[in-house]
Design a binder for this molecule. Structure first.
Ligand SMILES: Nc1ncnc2c1ncn2[C@@H]1O[C@H](COP(=O)(O)OP(=O)(O)OP(=O)(O)O)[C@@H](O)[C@H]1O
Ligand SMILES: [Mg+2]
Length: 427
């Protein structure tokens, strides 16, 4: 049994699974949050009923052995609270599931003398322009890019490399404010939205820096990896489809991707080089990469496990439980990350998106989809009668479906069938 510190969390998805996993494995944990009320109201979606029922406390709060309220957005103040606690309680490891606290967790671990990713490496992996610079220094081919907070500089650069370009904030995630732009006027119009607001959803100050990148063409994949003591193991390659151009909304993922072994090796080798370039040698990573006509090109490194239920897909196909791996790494134990046959050859998730903004009247086809033996899970959030915005990023899903294929790489087709069968009717 270990005693872990968890510094903040995503509210859903990984944030719901990790506390249960910790308890299942017999660990103790202290949950540290600046705002525990951020985690209430989590069970609003009926779809979350398989994770817990409305009115029930969020598992991060409900299952924690201790909840500590402390300013997690200020590492010095946070350490002021955690040092005396650590002297008394003796924590064995520190972790978080929330991207916005990865660097905080790394810094706290380093300060308390606990295992973790070196904070400097984590920062380079996470901040998109630092990651681009590190990869360029290492000689990895990548898109031309400029990081700037000046709109006219951005326009001049975009003109010099040619439109379309992609503009994104260097310090956000979930594809929030990532957009393809086709001309100078479009860039001037979008720039303030991508650069602002001054704080992110967790109240952390933003830099205002916008990354302008050459538009990468080709299919998109991600490579899931585990790094321990500087050695990286590839768990597999996942494919990804997108909708909503000029936005980039994830619509479906399949693990493993239906590509030749040689292509998978090429993508994996490239990602390992990128992880080396940023100095990331301890931790899970979910690295996104495009297979351009000139070869693999990095989209970004996520210094954590793949969200969007990708952890479920990996578990279904390889038997590797990324939550166990996460805990192993936090404790500096050799991660249990060896794939073994599970009887499932591919698994895919398809997200349910409303066709447009407006009031949702009905989601049809639920019974038909649920009855299909290839459907592993169908979750539709409690959205009937609710008004949703025009889908813009990965926060706009109203449900998801997971399909499996025991014979080959057909899970994606099955998940697509389910998505087409589920009819979201708008007012
Ligand atoms: N230079 C580029 N060329 C083409 N497409 C891009 C480029 N950069 C980003 N994209 C697309 O936008 C998506 C989101 O970008 P990125 O991963 O950098 O942002 P993010 O907000 O961290 O995303 P997430 O957290 O959803 O993974 C990518 O998955 C990719 O499809
Ligand atoms: Mg991304």
């Amino acid at each position: 049994m270990a005693n872990l510190l968890i510094l903040e969390s995503w509210v859903r998805s990984v944030g719901l699974v990790l506390p249960r996993k910790l308890k299942e494995l017999g660990h103790r944990f202290t949950f540290v949050s600046r705002k525990p009320e951020h985690y209430t109201g989590w069970a609003r979606g009926a779809g979350l009923l398989d994770h817990g029922s409305a009115g029930e406390e969020h598992p991060m709060l409900g299952l924690a052995d201790e909840v500590v309220v402390a300013e997690t957005n200020d590492v010095a103040r946070l350490l002021g609270v955690l040092r005396p606690l650590h002297a008394e309680r003796r924590y064995d490891g520190v972790l978080t599931t929330c991207d916005y606290y990865l660097e905080t967790a790394a810094r706290v671990a380093a300060e308390l003398g606990l295992p973790g990713t070196p904070p400097a490496a984590l920062r380079v992996a996470r901040e998109k322009h630092l990651m681009r610079e590190a990869c360029r220094r290492a000689g990895l081919p990548g898109p031309r890019f400029l990081a700037t907070d000046d709109v006219e500089q951005a326009v001049e650069f975009a003109r010099s490399i040619g439109f379309p370009v992609v503009a994104k904030a260097v310090d956000l995630c979930a594809s929030e404010h990532v957009v393809a732009i086709h001309d100078a006027d479009g860039l001037r119009a979008m720039f303030p939205a991508v650069s602002g607001p001054a704080v992110n959803i967790r109240g952390q100050k933003r830099s205002g820096v916008v990354l302008i990148e050459e538009f990468l063409r080709g299919e998109e994949f991600s490579v899931e990896t585990v790094s321990f003591r500087g050695r990286t193991t590839v768990l597999g390659v996942t494919d990804k489809s997108l909708v909503g151009y000029p936005r980039f909304i994830e619509s479906a993922l399949m693990h493993p991707a239906d590509i030749a072994d040689e292509t998978a090796r090429r993508l994996s080798g490239f990602v390992c080089e990128a992880l080396t370039a940023v100095g990331y040698g301890h931790g899970l990573a979910h690295t996104e990469v495009k297979l351009s006509p000139d070869g693999p090109r990095l989209v970004e490194i996520n210094a954590r496990m793949g969200g969007s239920y990708l952890f479920d897909l990996v578990h279904l196909v390889t038997g590797v439980d990324l939550f166990e791996v996460l805990i192993d790494l936090a404790l500096d134990r050799a991660p249990r990350a060896t794939p073994a046959p599970t009887g499932i050859k591919s698994a895919a998730v398809h997200f349910l998106l409303p066709p447009r903004g407006g009031r949702i009247v009905e989601v049809g086809g639920v019974e038909e989809v649920k009855a299909d033996p290839a459907i592993h899970r169908l979750v539709v959030d409690d959205v009937i009668g609710k008004t949703v915005r025009e889908p813009e990023d990965n926060n706009d899903f109203i449900g998801h479906v997971i399909a499996v294929d025991r014979t080959g790489r057909g899970a994606r087709r099955k998940a697509e069938w389910a998505f087409e069968t589920l009819a979201v009717r708008m007012e």
